[in-house]
Write a protein that binds this ligand. Sequence first.
Ligand SMILES: O=C(O)C(=O)Cc1ccccc1
Length: 277
Amino acid sequence: MDDGGPRRIAFQGERGAYGDEAARAFFGPSAVLVPCPSFRAVFEAVAEGRVDGGVVPMESALAGPVAEVVDLLLEFTPRLSGELRLRVRHCLLAPPGRPLASLTRALSHPQALAQCASWLRRHDLQPVPEVNTAVAARRVSEEAPEGTAAIASRAAAELYGLAIVAEGIEDSPDNATRFLAVGPALPPRPGTRWKTSLVLTLNDGPGALASVLGAFAARGVNVARLESRPGGVRAWDYRWCLDVDGAQDVPEVRAALEEARSVCTSLQVLGSYTVSD
Ligand SMILES: O=C(O)C(=O)Cc1ccccc1
């Protein structure tokens, strides 16, 4: 439904969240961004057609997969239309006039806490999970709890009137998060590096996974990501998520998918899309 009007795009959190930044970077200033209280609410809004699409973080270079989002991708199997790698630079934020020495706790999304784990240990700050970085910043601003800081972006500091106590506190200088654009109403973004994401379940038997991987290897198609999640039909059955390089209409990818399908109990392509940095 690309009628040329502004797109409504859902993200988890509130203004100043990294999802907000990723959605703006993806869809530009004309997009109407729709904040949602949870990742599930983003997927529901997309599935029910209340928005044109959504933006969700699915993996961090530093802290690994966002398991909740991976599981929601498996549950909702939405169409994927783009990947954005967002450089994430975290700040420690506190109400003005509270120096680092007075702080004992840091509130943030678990991904942000994990990405700053060594810094927090070095500064003796207790990590406290919150649903989202922007929510953490707003709460610290509104409630100003004793000794409590938030980990969030510079944009969140400005929006919620907090002081930046420290900036760039992530444990790696190239901390980045992969965000996905989800939703059937979104056309693929123009770009050159194509990827295809699929989810599958395997026959239980020796060599089942090797056969799937072999189908891609035999045609020179790179498997860029392979992840297993619980939740197959029986206990200890797994669902597998694969990203392969190339679009699904490229002959090698198409043939590999066909062969892989014949050795899987189920195989669903979530979409082919381009990657932007
Ligand atoms: O909490 C947020 O702002 C999010 O969008 C989730 C997140 C947290 C840390 C890094 C990337 C995304």
